[in-house]
Design a protein. Structure first.
Lengths: 250, 321
């Protein structure tokens, strides 16, 4: 299964002097949330069907932290496609680098989160499927392995779902909330220290398709009336506005 | 030529298709713009689409495109794009587009920019898209020559602002061949999990809770505020994922779309997956401890502070009258 290290959700990104990137030195990092659900699903499938869970990431040296975390939660071994340029690479580059590094593993099933919390392109998993020649399904909420195929529940829009069957090997992008996450135990953390993280240095990276011209803070589309004061004052001010100005309460 | 690919199901256009047409018209300027729709007998959708001010509506009509599969769509669109040779292909950023467009881009060897909220026209057009959970906006360019694929965030453009033509655009068939054996996904019928007992779309007022509510026992506080306002209780996805409120109370792309008179967002950061479901509300109130939360960008009234102090004060204030 493939996962990504991203800045924590609480971090307020600051733009650096190039205006094309964020000040990463200020950030702390964590496992991308949808990837955490994908990892959990992989661990559950192993408990049910046996086999091995191999976690992969493509990123700079710091990304090995999320592999260690995944090993502590129960993954068997890890592959780190390591290159500093991968920290800001587009989905084509990341998927290409991952595909080259893992092709020989001949996985039965590849899981990824449906998108990353930082770039949010929602492309890497799907492109990886194409690069590995695998059928895929996205936004998956349930996985039933029925060899030689897999049947998955896909989320559609507006509360609709659909079951889709496809032959194995296949790639699935997993939606947050598919399961309840487990956290690493002390025993898991100790065991992880003995597990292998294989580093792969890509000889060449694919050509980037997308380039960032600049970053900016979003411009407000609406005039927001900010109400200041103590909680009691702010609450009073708000209720008054809702009554007299917006007229949305009686 | 710029090509906009509409989404349809059973001959009905997805509402985001008109939004993509509006975006494509802005991108095209004086350049030629055509539309395309695909499916098994999508004639009704093609007829609706032909009302747009576009040069032509291209139709791929193949039984194998129903039900939708990524393999079928990618194979069909790859052939249509090879025949029509557009410079840009615009799509609505729906769940379906998310499912097939990256494969299409990879197969064509072209760049895809997803979830765009704006277009900057110039010698080469660039695109604006949210990053870092909507906390920043990136302006990005697509490298390389072949068609650039762009998917537009739902709600970023207004569908009713799409220009209509003086006369219906000509509808043209595109010749595409598909091999049933090449479609690896076998979909079953779409279904809804349970009858939606709560129809939030008809609620006049909604109090919605997000991650900031922190624990299940605090839901009761939001419930009290909802009662005091005469509002329905709703939630963002993480709350329903945690089982603190049932899925039927979820607002957002995977839940319900609402447009109440009043929407009070408690501890909701304003991730786009949530915002697409509620930005149609007339008056939006945001209460959040994080002054940088994107929810404040769309709020009419905002309070930065501790919701556990502010909400009880609001309830007291409402009960006074």
């Amino acid at each position: 299964m493939c996962l990504k290290q991203v800045p924590t959700r609480e971090w307020q990104p600051r733009i650096d002097e190039t205006r094309r990137a964020v000040r990463e030195q200020d950030a702390s990092f964590e496992m991308n949330e949808p990837d955490a659900y994908a990892l959990e699903e992989a661990l559950r499938l192993r408990e049910k069907h046996g086999g091995e869970v191999i976690v992969c990431t493509a990123g700079p040296a710091r990304a090995s932290q999320v592999l260690r975390e995944a090993l502590a939660r129960g993954a068997d071994r890890a592959i780190h496609v390591e290159d500093d340029r991968l920290s800001s690479a587009d989905a084509f580059v990341v998927a290409g680098a991952l595909a080259d590094a893992v092709r020989e593993e001949k996985f039965d099933l590849v899981l990824t989160g449906l998108q990353s919390d930082d770039q949010g392109a929602a492309q890497t998993g799907v492109i990886l499927a194409e690069r590995l020649g695998l059928p895929h399904a996205t936004i998956v909420m349930e996985v039933q392995v029925q060899e030689p195929s897999v049947r998955v529940k896909r989320e559609l829009e507006g509360g609709w779902f659909q079951w889709v069957q496809m032959p194995l090997p296949a790639l699935l992008t997993i939606q947050s909330g598919i399961n309840q996450l487990r956290y690493a135990t002390l025993k898991g953390i100790m065991a992880a220290k003995k597990k292998e993280i294989r580093k792969v240095t890509p000889a060449a990276l694919p050509t980037a398709q997308i380039s960032t011209i600049s970053l900016d803070v979003p411009r407000k589309t609406k005039q927001t009336h900010m109400i200041a004061g103590s909680p009691a004052e702010a609450a009073k001010g708000l209720v008054q506005k809702l009554r007299d100005e917006a007229r949305v309460i009686g | 030529m710029i090509l906009v690919v509409a989404e349809q199901r059973n001959g009905m256009l997805h509402r985001a298709s008109w939004e993509a047409v509006a975006a494509a018209q802005e991108l095209a300027g004086d350049q030629a713009l055509d539309a395309l729709v695909l499916g098994a007998n999508p004639a009704a959708a093609a007829a609706e689409l032909s009302e747009a001010a576009v040069g032509a509506v291209h139709v791929i009509d193949l039984p194998l495109l129903e039900p939708y599969t990524p393999d079928g769509y990618v194979a069909a669109l790859e052939q249509a794009i090879a025949a029509l040779k557009p410079t840009h292909v615009l799509l609505p950023h729906t769940y379906r587009t998310r499912d097939f467009a990256p494969t299409l881009a990879a197969r064509l060897g072209c760049g895809l920019v997803t979830d765009c909220v704006g277009i900057k026209n110039g010698d080469t057009s660039t695109f604006l898209r949210p990053v870092y959970q909507g906390k920043l906006i990136a302006e990005v360019a697509v490298e390389g020559e072949c068609p650039h694929l762009i998917s537009m965030q739902i709600g970023a453009y207004r569908g009713d602002s799409a220009k209509r033509g003086a006369a219906p655009a000509p509808v043209k068939a595109v010749a595409v061949s598909l091999d049933a054996a090449s479609i690896r996904q076998k979909p079953e019928e779409p279904f809804q999990e349970a009858k939606q007992a709560v129809d939030l779309s008809k609620a006049e007022r909604i109090v919605a809770v997000g991650r900031g509510i922190k624990a299940q026992e605090h839901i009761a506080l939001a419930e009290k505020l909802a009662a005091a306002l005469g509002a329905q209780l709703a939630a963002s996805r993480p709350i329903c994922d945690s089982g603190w409120l049932p899925m039927e109370r979820q607002v957002g792309s995977s839940g319900q779309t609402v447009a109440p008179k009043l929407y009070v967002a408690l501890g909701i950061s304003g991730a786009i997956q949530h915002v697409v479901g509620m930005k149609g509300a007339r008056t939006i109130v945001a209460i959040n401890k994080d002054a940088d939360a994107p929810i404040f960008e769309i709020a009419d009234y905002g309070i930065v502070g501790d919701l556990f102090a502010i909400v009880p004060a609001m309830i007291a204030e409402l009960e006074k009258a």
